[in-house]
Design a protein around this ligand. Structure first.
Ligand SMILES: Nc1nc2c(ncn2[C@@H]2O[C@H](COP(=O)(O)OP(=O)(O)OP(=O)(O)O)[C@@H](O)[C@H]2O)c(=O)[nH]1
Length: 913
């Protein structure tokens, strides 16, 4: 559990010279703005800005942690409208001129634009799914903030087990919501009561509106704008208190779910039953609880009466033991044990499925073993395809389409009815079923996917509808056409409620056959053409129905409309074969209802003997669909082909998307490689250039050494005469207690000292040259990096580069500071002593002098200065460089020993020894 996020929350405030801006709520002229900031690890941090009007007040940014980027837009707190463009621009400019890296906002926006949305649905959005039954935990911000640790621990456990949605209300919402978000993560939806701005600022899943609050559509759009990088639509729920508000919230408004906020247990029960009959979005109910045993019974009763779940406060939830909550809400229990909640429904669903399977695999009849084997083989191949897709594009959510499609190979044939709202989809389905099972109306009436399945048991009873755990609405009806074919009613397209359109789009891939209902009063509109194109992407077979044909005045008008639709569809789908049935669903249903009202005769025979019915388009449509029932007929075989083709089509589409994702990734990796190679080549070229130019520095260093050497030789020649040898020898034998040899002090003062100050000067110039070159080159690389990888962690690159440069500089300065002429001279003196001691006995005075003149002095000085300069100037950091250097300057044994000594001395100087 990561709760430390909030601790690091950086603060940005407006500083107003006119009045205090510390409180955001007391004055109506005070406004808050929210920023989401993201660090390189992608954790999001949120910032509240408080300001007074007018907006021209300069922004003072307090110190922010490095590497943060601005992520989302700004919100006006009080009237909840967006800031106008100029204000927004002002804020952005102000921020850019402050401590943020310039262009960070633009970069973040570009990133959003550049990142391909990895979803196959046209709007690029997906609906959040609400699994039912679930528990909604309603929290108050004060409860959260006053007893932080205990409440958050409780929430942590609750969301991992039973709670699917957490709602927070109260005063200090922002702070409390941030805490909750860090605990809940993606395990449950977090909804903010009423406050769209705060929901956006904390990146919550959505909002819960009161029945007097914003329209759901407005709230959803506001949240979508602020979550422009999310592919998941925000959740908008509403609390309702009457049947009418419940109906309008779910129908015309398009709320995702409702909370039925009533207090009395009985009242809730009665109303829930009537409300649930007409509302297809999940409906949750609040209950006041007393004792655990009473409460459990009460809760179970509500769930059985059709509530999608319960809303509980923290206090209420604590009334339940873990066992009771598991019993109520754990889906594992519901499915495994078949507890009272939903057990009946699930058992029924399984029985119905068994019944259908008995009739033949996947609802087919007359299938032989060879065909069954064929289905099994297909499953195996599809599972292989699944694992390939998962490997190639692990982020592709739509892979679940294929998983479902493979699992549904054993389900009945799926006929999905689509079309614009009000085209008559529900009427066509009712006419097919022979009863007014579905609601019809001039305003959009279908808000959810409704799957119609066969159920023999309810032959004489009312239809039974329920919400399945995966969010679909399932109705079990005794209509004969459903024996071997499931029908799906979908929300109309071209509605203002994106969620509904999305539902239909998401269902299209699952269809085995699509029945596209067009309305005679507006055949083939622009949005129908767009939707048809979308269907075509999934390579679905489409059957067209031109409904409301009764609206045409004459047969020629009808012919004209048919010709128009066919010609355009042929062009669009690039096929000659367009199957279109002109029908009047309304009169077809009326005819059927009339026939079915006559008791004691075979209704099918009655209809077949009716010449008007037989000449109606609906009869033709039905004949076509019924011919699908028999696997031994040609159309039956085609149905088999379509059914088997559904998962294959999905796999095909997913694989081709994977292919394009992988190709894009490959392309971009290739481009990365090219860019890296380019940069590497530039680095190599730079290295060569620097090496070449370093030669002149090296030359200057060598000449400095040479000069010192020449002067040293001269000094030795003039001072260490043979005549002085006795003096020298006695001095050497005295040891070093009595002070320095005169030659040593000369070496220190006249040679090493001046040489060192020359070296320091040279090194200073060298450092400036090195640094300016490196800085210029570093900037170029940085720019190139940023251009190619605008969203990588340049700041780290930036830091590293400067860190390295600073280290180099530090080392050089230390070497120079510590390079003491006195120490060098002492070392030199020591060398002289050693040589005198080593050679005096064997060679006598002449030998000592010769040895000093030919080997010790030049090489010792050379080594001393060269190594000091090389270390300081960065020429020979490495030991092998030193070896190469000493190989280029052959020296006698004693000098190598000296070199080692000098190296040791320098090493101890530079490392503080
Ligand atoms: N004239 C005429 N009207 C029809 C016919 N079929 C349906 N309607 C009317 O068209 C309107 C819409 O019918 P629905 O079946 O609700 O349409 P829908 O496509 O299911 O609508 P949504 O569920 O909102 O997408 C209703 O008023 C129906 O009575 C028809 O064949 N002729």
């Amino acid at each position: 559990m990561n709760r430390t996020q909030v601790k690091y929350e950086p603060q940005i405030r407006f500083r107003s010279s006119s009045s205090s801006s510390s409180s955001s709520s007391s004055s109506s002229s005070i406004h808050s703005f929210f920023f989401s900031l993201q660090n390189p690890n992608c954790s999001t941090y949120h910032i509240q800005m408080v300001s007074l009007l007018p907006y021209s007040t300069p922004i003072q940014l307090s110190k922010l942690p490095a590497n943060f980027k601005i992520q989302t837009s700004f919100f006006h707190r009080h009237n909840r409208t967006h800031l106008n463009t100029s204000t927004r621009r002002f804020l952005v400019n102000s921020i850019e001129t402050n401590s943020f890296e310039s262009n960070s906002l633009n970069q973040s926006q570009d990133k959003q634009k550049q990142q391909p949305r990895r979803t196959l649905f046209p709007g690029g959005f997906k609906r959040p799914e609400i699994k039912v039954p679930t528990l909604i935990l309603q929290l108050n911000s004060d409860d959260v903030l006053n007893d932080k640790d205990r409440v958050l621990d409780y929430v942590d456990v609750a969301v991992s087990k039973w709670v699917g949605i957490v709602v927070i209300d109260g005063g200090r919402l922002y702070e409390a919501a941030c805490l909750l978000k860090s605990v809940i993560r993606d395990r449950a939806y977090l909804l903010i009561a009423e406050r769209v701005d705060i929901a956006s600022a904390v990146d919550a899943s959505g909002v819960l509106l009161s029945d007097q609050g914003l329209p759901a559509l407005v709230a959803r759009n506001m949240m979508m704008e602020s979550k422009s990088n999310s592919v998941v639509l925000p959740l908008v729920a509403r609390t309702v208190h009457t049947v009418n508000t419940a109906l309008s919230a779910s129908n015309s408004e398009g709320a995702d779910f409702l909370i039925y906020g009533v207090d009395s247990e009985k009242f809730a029960e009665v109303l829930l039953n009537s409300v649930i009959q007409s509302i297809k979005v999940p409906v949750f109910t609040t209950i006041a609880l007393e004792r655990e045993d009473v409460s459990l019974t009460q809760a179970l009763k509500l769930l059985e009466s059709g509530a999608s779940g319960l809303v509980m406060s923290l206090g209420n939830m604590k009334l339940f033991s873990n066992e009771s909550l598991s019993r109520l809400f754990s889906s594992v229990n519901v499915i495994k044990e078949g507890t009272q909640v939903g057990s009946q429904k699930i058992k029924q669903f399984e029985t119905d499925k068994e019944l259908r399977v008995k009739n033949g695999v996947a609802g087919f009849i007359k299938l032989d073993d060879r065909e069954k084997q064929f289905i099994e083989n297909e499953k195996e191949i599809l599972l292989e395809a699944l694992s390939v897709i998962r490997k190639a594009a692990p982020l592709m959510d739509e892979v679940s389409l294929l998983t479902d499609a493979v699992a549904q190979l054993d389900d009945p044939f799926l006929l999905v009815i689509v079309g614009e709202f009000n085209s008559g989809k529900s009427s066509v389905i009712n006419a097919l079923l022979g009863r007014r099972y579905l609601k019809e109306g001039v305003v959009p009436t279908t808000n959810e996917i409704t799957l119609l399945c066969y159920s023999e048991k309810d032959a004489n009873a009312q239809e039974r509808c329920e919400r399945h755990p995966d969010g679909q609405f399932i109705c079990y009806l005794p209509a004969p056409i459903l024996r071997n074919m499931n029908l799906v009613d979908t929300p109309g397209t071209n509605v203002i409620l994106q969620r509904q359109q999305r539902l239909t789009e998401e269902f299209v891939p699952r269809a085995d056959l699509i029945l596209f209902v067009l309305s005679a009063d507006r055949p083939l509109t622009e949005s129908e053409v767009a939707f048809l194109r979308y269907i075509q992407q999934w390579k679905k077979k489409v059957l067209f129905v031109l409904n409301k044909a009764d609206l045409y005045q004459s047969a020629s008008e009808l012919e004209e409309a048919i010709a128009f639709v066919k010609a355009n569809v042929q062009k669009l789908l690039k096929t000659e074969q367009v199957t279109l049935y002109p029908v009047s669903a309304r009169s077809a249903l009326e005819t059927k209802l009339n026939a079915y009202s006559v008791a004691g005769i075979n209704h099918q025979d009655l209809l077949l003997n009716d010449s008007i019915w037989r000449s109606s388009g609906f009869y033709e449509l039905e004949k076509f669909l019924f011919s699908f029932l028999d696997g031994s007929t040609d159309t039956g075989m085609e149905r088999m082909k379509l059914k088997l083709g559904t998962p294959v089509g999905i796999a095909d589409r997913l694989i081709s998307s994977c292919e394009s994702f992988v190709r894009n990734d490959f392309e971009s990796a290739n481009q990365d490689l090219i860019s890296i190679r380019e940069i590497l080549n530039e680095v190599r070229a730079y290295m060569m250039k620097m090496e070449n130019e370093s030669t002149s520095w090296r030359r200057q260093t060598l000449s400095l050494i040479n000069n010192a050497k020449v002067r040293a030789v001269r000094l030795v020649e003039s001072t260490l005469q043979l005549s002085n040898l006795d003096l020298v020898a006695s001095y050497v034998f005295k040891g070093n207690k009595k002070g320095m040899m005169p030659i040593t002090s000369n070496v220190q003062n006249d040679i090493v000292g001046p040489a060192l100050s020359d070296a320091q000067k040279l090194l200073g110039e060298y450092l400036i040259w090195l640094q300016s070159n490196n800085a210029r080159e570093g900037r170029l690389y940085k720019e190139k990096f940023e251009k190619r990888w605008p969203y990588n962690q340049h700041d780290l690159i930036h830091l590293r580069t400067y860190e390295l440069q600073e280290k180099g500089e530090e080392r050089s300065i230390k070497v120079l500071e510590n390079f003491s002429a006195a120490a060098a001279a002492t070392l030199f003196e020591q060398e002289i002593r050693e040589v005198v001691l080593e050679t005096f006995g064997g060679l006598g005075a002449a030998g000592v002098s010769a040895s000093l003149l030919t080997s010790v002095l030049p090489t010792t000085l050379e080594d001393l200065l060269a190594l000091g300069l090389c270390s300081a100037g960065g020429f020979c950091y490495r030991h092998d460089e030193q070896v190469r250097w000493s190989q280029r300057h052959p020296v006698p044994k004693v000098s190598r020993h000296t070199c080692w000594n000098v190296s040791r001395v320098i090493w101890s100087w530079t490392h503080g020894g």
